[in-house]
Design a protein around this ligand. Structure first.
Ligand SMILES: Cc1ncc(COP(=O)(O)O)c(C=O)c1O
Ligand SMILES: N[C@@H](CCOP(=O)(O)O)C(=O)O
Length: 468
């Protein structure tokens, strides 16, 4: 039986077991939970994944993270149920787009973005733990467009949770907005915040850091600050790498990046023993991460609205988890970096830590023009239609491709979520799949609130049923 406890990146919160970390979301010291030790997969064990289904691989890779707290047969049933919601039998199929270039399609879930992969499992895990404990939870989440829809879909109608999703008013695509605002279940609340994604994420973190409020409403989180989100995203690095010859061949991945959750899951896969060559961070014009890789200074600038809105992010939450690893898990350094960020909007990464990051990661940026050009060129060359976020990845990946080693770009969303950007890039108006065909005719229900903690806490506090 595995023994994986969770510790906070800021070192001042109690370590927790899996179920408590799952419900906690953010640690009480403001840090993020990570396993005390990384479970290991030997070459033999990785080879043993060949030919197995996505569900089989998920079970083998993820079970050790549950710290023996979820009965294995129950965990397996949750995995089977979660991935039965996917419309592709492979769950996350690989598509070849060049001699050694691939895209990993992560958008075959119900809301057409990679967030479904983790969210469907997370909802089942939370439900199970709350049911067992006889408790309820109030879930808050911030979204730049995709997390919100996926979370609402996964938690809608669940008896033990109320869910409140904060999205930036007027800054998500119409499809993304309707996915969040057309849900009719009583436990779902979509909130349009007058601000940007970073404001939404700051409000969520501020609610967690308001201990009295947090305890009163029994707050839980579904953003990638929640360890279980990252955990579930580790699986597709294994399935795709094994399909391409791992562990006997090194594979590189390029990941369209915003909050650094998806690419951090790749780093975790590598820590577990998967032979990943390079992890390439691909950003849009909001390029704080690629600038940081160049200069060693993490420095916020204003957020610019782009054709890949889900990546319009400056405060990249999970970068804290990488910093923690790169500083040799020195929580005091993380506290001081995060204090610098709060006070002055920037911090300097120490040379040794920066060297460690540069050993594992590469980074690049795609402008909106480059995104449009990439969508058009890939369609003309291969007949494959990219969404703008995946196109950021494909553009950046080009600089790092090597003829002898496969490069996998994570395809994080379906093009039909962003029809305006896709049409303007290549003239094609991608259709929504049948189960969403009437989406834009569904009625909307949402609240508009200022980017103000008191206003949001008051709305959440009034509508949450944590005590019932
Ligand atoms: C479509 C899409 N691509 C990429 C990203 C970036 O992923 P991450 O925030 O995990 O870096 C997001 C949102 O975060 C997204 O919704
Ligand atoms: N791009 C995300 C932003 C939130 O990211 P998360 O992975 O931390 O939930 C979105 O679409 O909402």
């Amino acid at each position: 039986m595995s023994n994986v406890e969770y510790i906070s990146t800021r070192g001042e919160a109690p370590s927790l077991g899996f179920c408590d970390a799952l419900l906690a979301g953010l640690a009480r010291d403001g840090g993020l939970y990570v396993p005390r030790e990384w479970p290991q997969m030997s070459k033999k064990a990785i080879r043993g994944l060949r030919g197995k289904s996505y569900q089989d691989v998920a079970y083998e890779v993820l079970l050790p993270f549950t710290n023996g707290e979820i009965e294995p047969a129950t965990f397996r049933a949750m995995i089977d149920e979660a991935y039965a919601t996917f419309k592709h039998p492979a769950v996350a199929p690989l598509v070849q787009t060049g001699p050694n270039s691939f895209v990993l399609e992560l958008f075959h879930g119900t809301t057409l973005a990679f967030k479904d992969v983790a969210m469907q499992l997370l909802a089942r895990l939370m439900d199970h733990v709350l049911e067992k404990r006889g408790e309820r939870a109030t879930i808050v989440g911030a979204t730049s467009g995709d997390t919100g829809g996926a979370a609402i879909d996964a938690f809608a109608g669940r008896a033990r949770t109320d869910i409140f999703i904060l999205f930036p008013h007027g800054k998500v695509s119409p499809v993304q907005q309707r996915q969040m605002t057309s849900c009719t279940e009583d436990n779902v609340h979509a909130i349009a915040v007058e601000g940007n994604f970073d404001d939404c994420q700051n409000l969520v973190k501020a609610m967690f850091n308001d201990v009295a409020f947090r305890d009163r409403v029994k707050l839980s989180g579904v953003n990638s600050i929640n360890w279980a989100r990252i955990m579930a995203q580790v699986v597709y690095y294994f399935t795709s790498a094994v399909a391409l010859g791992a562990p006997d061949r090194k594979i590189s991945f390029t990941v369209p990046t915003g909050n650094f959750g998806d690419i951090f899951a790749g780093y975790v896969a590598k820590k577990m023993g998967l032979p990943i060559d390079k992890l390439v961070i691909a950003t849009n014009d909001n390029d704080i991460l690629s600038r940081t890789m160049k200069t060693g200074r993490y420095e916020m600038k204003g957020v610019m609205a782009t054709t890949s809105p889900s990546m319009d992010i400056q405060i990249s939450s999970n970068f804290e988890r990488l910093l923690f690893e790169s500083y040799g898990r020195d929580a005091a350094s993380i506290r001081s970096a995060m204090e610098g960020l709060k006070q002055s909007g920037s911090f300097e990464i120490q040379p040794e830590a920066l060297k460690a990051i540069r050993r594992e990661f590469r980074a690049g940026r795609a402008t909106q023009k480059e995104v449009a050009k990439t969508i058009k060129a890939v369609l003309a060359d291969t007949g494959y239609l990219l969404d703008p976020h995946t196109a950021v990845g494909v553009h950046v990946a080009k600089k790092f491709e090597k003829p002898q080693s496969p490069m996998v770009v994570l395809a994080t969303a379906h093009p039909a979520k962003f029809p305006a950007a896709v049409k303007s890039a290549c003239g094609i108006d991608p259709a929504l799949p049948t189960w969403l065909a009437d989406l834009m005719d569904r009625e909307e229900r949402f609240e508009i609130l200022p980017a103000d903690l008191k206003a949001v806490e008051s709305f959440v506090g009034t509508h949450a049923r944590a005590d019932s």
